[in-house]
Structures are given as structure tokens and as C-alpha cells.
Design a protein around this ligand. Structure first.
Ligand code: DGJ
Length: 524
């Protein structure tokens, strides 16, 4: 699927940083946030707008926080993605206004199987949805007025929806009535067309029944969570539709994956039940057509999980966008190249970026690897957009004990060495630092032309016919017509910062974040 992020008619690759939850409220915290975005080389600020601040009294809207975020984003030269903290924030209702929190008769809650009232608004209650949709529409109206220069790229509708509390579904009268309704035939048609999913297995296990309620169709436990997903997705869809009617801008919602992906776990207890997690993805796609994307929050470093998540959220019906990922992790610093290179991500962001800076305002050395990865990607954004989906972008990651790898293009064997101690790097001081995992991207821009970015590897090119020792091939790698270091400026223009020749090319082209992007043309 194509990118959904554009500004002034041009596609934008979102390289983002997300603020901590309460940063919108604090000028002091926002100052750190904007600084951290610069340290991260991010082009986009992801920051929340709170329902409780927008509508402190029912029907009286205060848009000052939205105006302030637009103003500050412009002052700092960043795009914005605003996060609507409405009915859901991490599967409960923390950011709803007091008049919603206190009126439990009108704004009904999820009732657990034990009869407890949870701190989660019920998605089966029309009053809840109508109130949220009204507020969201007012917020979107404000965005429409303010977004004259396309500063705002997209809006996240709600945050990690679902039930965070001890229950698979809402057992209130309204929830029970919805549970007894037949599962929509259209949803079953979709499930039937994708017969390798868990939903299909559940349905098959119950005899592929049509016309049955949620328990009869999928099993009691499974059907309960499936209904929660259907109900939450339909609710968000109506909120999104109300917003799009006022202002048609890309909308997405994000998925809480913590806990769920670890294997056997209880919905609501170990993870936010009914959210847009991989198992429930088809239900969300079916019931929320007004959302442009479902976006995974990826805090996992495990390679197996990371690939599984990226695979689920990238494809014909969804472009991969990672709105949240871990700020500290060396795992994220390498895995993000898989998201971009292998799965064609249209954007990648880190959560809680204020923590990237130490008390003295300088980048925290513990975040070096992530900052390096972002710095190298930030220098090549036009290439990511241009070559996305063409098969010309390759992720290179040094997994445990990897020493190198190679692959073939039409003409060449591209050889990658991940062993920094063997790198001959006469100019840069990168080797004085602790070596980190080799990681990055190789982007093939033409038959003989390549861009290299990332950190901790060298690249050389050998002829694809494997004949190294014919008369003019005296080494095991080919010479170059051009090797230069540089970056793409915000207007998309390539800027050369250093030319390499001689020794600086003969031992493989070294790639470190401080080089930004290495551009080479091989002499065939
Ligand atoms: C995921 C949520 O979406 C964020 O708002 C934040 O709470 C993080 N988790 C904290 O890790």
C-alpha cells in the first residue's frame, strides 16, 4: 500500500518522536521534547491532545492546546501527528473529562464477568460514542482551520483501544445484547477468504456456522474477545467518520502488543483485550473502514516477534507505520532497518523521546545506537520514498555472531563485512567507540549506483560473473567512478560533504552514522 503521509502534495517519510503522555500539559517538558526531536533528527512530532482539556465542560470546547501544538511545531520546523486521547488510552479512560468519568449512568462502563465496573468506557454504549465523536469532530474542525500549511500529517484516533481490565468482554445489558446478535455475514465472508488465520480456525472448529451469536460462532472465550474487537472497531470507525466528515486527513489507530505476543495470555489481564492485535486484525479491518491504517506499537526486540508483527501490519491493505517503539534499546536500533528495508515502512517513531536526553540536555550515551540509526536514516528520506516497494532497498543487520553476508544484483556481488576491527577507517573516529551491531540499508539507485547508510559495516563490490583475476581485475573488488559522503537536505537536494578515493576506498567502503550516506558508482 502507498504512503498516506503527504504535505503540500509531496510524500513524507515520517521519522518521528512521540512525547510522554503528559508533555502537552507542561511547557518545561515540551521544551525538552522539541530538543529531543532535534537530537533524534526526527521530522515529525507525535504528541497527544486530551479530551479532558478540549472539552472540560460538556459542549464547551477549548482548542488552545491544539493551537499551541501547531504553533510550537511550526516554530521548530516539524510536522505534527496529533494523538486523540479520547475514550481509550491504554485500554482505559484516563483522559476523558470529569463529567464523563463521574456520570456512570449516562457514560456506561465495561462490566466484568464478575459484575465489577471497570475503568473502561463501554464500546456498546451509544452515549459514549456520540460524546466522543462530537468532541473529535470539534477537534478536527480546529485542525482544519489551523492546518493551512500541511503541518499536520495525520491524526491517531484513540490510543491502544480495547479492555485493560479483568474481562474478555463487556457483560453489561448492552454488551450482552450485542453478544447474542448474529456475527455479521460479511465478516464471516472475509474470514473465509483468509483461511490461514486464527479466526478461521476458531470458526472452523465450531462447524463454520452462520447466523449464530459470537459464542456459537467462535467459542465462548474466543467469541467474547472477538466481539470486543468488533464493538471497539465499529465505535472507533464512527468516531473517525465524524472527524473525516469535518476534515478529511489520514487517520489511524495503534495496537498494544505488549503481553499478547508472548504466547499464552489472558485478554484484558495480560494485554489490552480486543485491540487491533494480529489475531483480531481482520475484524478491525472489516469494522473500521474509515481508518487508513492499523499501526503496531513495537516494543519487542525479539527478532522472531518483530518480523511477525511487521509482516502482519504490512501489505496490500495496510502500509507499515510504527508510531511507537522503544527509546533505549539497541534492539530497536537494528530492527528498525528491517521495518524500513524489508517491510517498506512509511514511517517509524520512538516513544518517550524526552528520555533520550540526559539531565545536561545532551544525548544520553546509552541511547547512542538508536540516535545513530535515526541520524543515518534521516539523511536519506527521499530515497526511502523513491525506492519503497521496488525491491531496491535491502536491510542489513548483524544478528548474533554474524560476520558478514553477500547478495547479488544484476551485475554485482555485494559483499558486506560486519567486523569493525578489520575496517580500515583512516578518517573517522568511529572505531574509538564501543563497536555496536552492524546495521543499515543498501539502496540500489541504478545498475552501478548505490547508497549505503547505517553503522558498523563495510561494503565492496565484486563482478557478478565471479571472475576476479582477469587482466584488469587485480583485486577481489571493483574500483569506483565515484565515492562520496553526504545527505539529502529537507528540500530533497543531495549535498556532498566528502569525496573518498585511494586508501579510503580500497579496503571496502566503511559506513558509520557520522558519514550520513555513502554514495558510490561502481566502475563496471
Ligand atoms: C503505549 C502507549 O500507547 C503510550 O501512550 C505509553 O503509555 C507507552 N505504552 C508506555 O510504554
Amino acid at each position: 500500500m502507498e504512503t498516506i503521509f503527504t504535505s503540500r502534495g509531496r510524500p513524507v517519510f515520517v521519522l518521528g518522536g512521540q512525547a510522554h503522555n503528559s508533555t502537552t500539559y507542561s511547557a518545561q517538558d515540551r521544551e525538552v521534547f522539541w530538543k529531543a526531536l532535534d537530537a533524534l533528527n526526527a521530522n515529525t512530532a507525535e504528541i497527544p491532545v486530551y479530551w479532558e482539556a478540549l472539552e472540560p465542560e460538556e459542549g464547551k470546547f477549548d482548542v488552545s492546546s491544539v493551537e499551541m501544538l501547531f504553533r510550537e511545531a511550526r516554530d521548530h520546523g516539524k510536522y505534527l501527528i496529533l494523538l486523540w486521547f479520547g475514550t481509550w488510552k491504554n485500554g482505559n479512560m484516563r483522559y476523558t473529562p470529569s463529567w464523563v468519568k463521574l456520570d456512570t449512568g449516562r457514560f456506561r462502563r465495561v462490566i466484568s464477568h464478575e459484575g465489577n465496573r471497570l475503568f473502561v468506557l463501554s464500546s456498546h454504549c451509544d452515549e459514549n460514542r456520540a460524546a466522543d465523536a462530537r468532541a473529535f469532530a470539534a477537534f478536527m474542525g480546529c485542525c482544519k482551520t489551523l492546518n493551512t500549511d500541511d503541518t499536520l500529517l495525520a491524526v491517531q484516533v484513540e490510543n491502544e483501544a480495547g479492555i485493560a481490565g479483568r474481562s474478555y468482554r463487556d457483560f453489561s445489558a448492552e454488551g450482552q445484547a450485542d453478544y447474542e446478535k448474529p456475527v455479521p455475514g460479511g465478516l464471516l465472508d472475509l474470514i473465509e477468504s483468509q483461511n490461514d488465520t486464527e479466526l478461521y480456525s476458531q470458526w472452523k472448529g465450531r462447524g463454520k456456522r452462520r447466523g449464530g451469536n459470537w459464542g456459537e460462532t467462535f467459542g465462548i472465550k474466543e467469541g467474547s474477545e472477538n466481539l470486543t474487537a468488533y464493538s471497539a472497531a465499529s465505535y472507533i470507525d464512527k468516531v473517525a467518520a465524524a472527524g473525516k466528515e469535518v476534515y478529511d486527513i489520514p487517520l489511524y489507530t495503534n495496537a498494544a502488543l505488549d503481553g499478547y505476543v508472548h504466547g499464552w495470555n489472558l485478554a484484558g489481564t495480560n494485554y489490552t483485550g480486543g485491540g487491533p492485535i494480529p489475531r483480531l486484525y481482520p475484524i478491525w479491518k472489516y469494522a473500521a473502514p474509515h481508518l487508513d491504517l492499523l499501526a503496531p506499537d513495537i516494543y519487542h526486540n525479539s527478532l522472531r516477534l518483530y518480523h511477525r508483527i511487521c509482516e502482519q501490519y504490512s501489505g496490500e491493505d495496510n502500509a507499515l507505520f510504527v508510531p511507537e517503539s522503544g527509546a533505549g534499546g539497541a534492539g530497536n536500533a537494528k530492527n528498525m532497518f528491517y521495518a524500513i528495508g524489508t517491510y517498506g515502512a512509511i514511517g517509524y517513531a520512538v516513544f518517550g523521546i524526552e528520555g533520550l536526553l540526559a539531565k545536561d540536555g545532551k544525548p544520553d550515551p546509552r541511547c547512542r545506537e538508536l540516535l545513530e540509526s535515526f541520524a543515518s536514516v534521516s539523511a536519506a528520506l527521499p530515497l526511502l520514498l523513491k525506492f519503497r516497494g521496488t525491491g531496491k532497498i535491502r536491510a542489513l543487520v548483524q544478528e548474533e555472531f554474524d560476520e558478514g553476508c553477500h547478495y547479488r544484483t544484476e551485475k554485482y556481488i555485494v559483499k558486506v563485512d560486519f567486523t569493525p576491527n578489520r575496517m580500515t577507517n583512516y578518517i573517522h573516529r568511529a572505531l574509538e567507540q564501543e563497536p555496536s551491531r552492524g546495521r543499515g540499508l543498501i539502496i540500489q539507485a541504478g545498475e552501478d549506483e548505490f547508497y549505503l547508510l547505517g553503522a558498523g559495516f563495510t561494503v565492496s563490490f565484486a563482478p557478478g560473473d565471479d571472475i576476479f583475476y582477469s587482466e584488469d581485475r587485480i583485486t577481489n573488488h571493483l574500483p569506483y567512478l565515484l565515492v562520496e559522503e553526504g545527505y539529502f537536505d529537507p528540500s530533497g537536494k543531495w549535498i556532498t560533504s566528502r569525496i573518498r578515493t585511494g586508501d579510503e576506498c580500497d579496503h571496502g567502503l566503511w559506513v558509520f552514522a557520522e558519514n550520513r550516506v555513502v554514495h558510490c558508482v561502481v566502475c563496471p
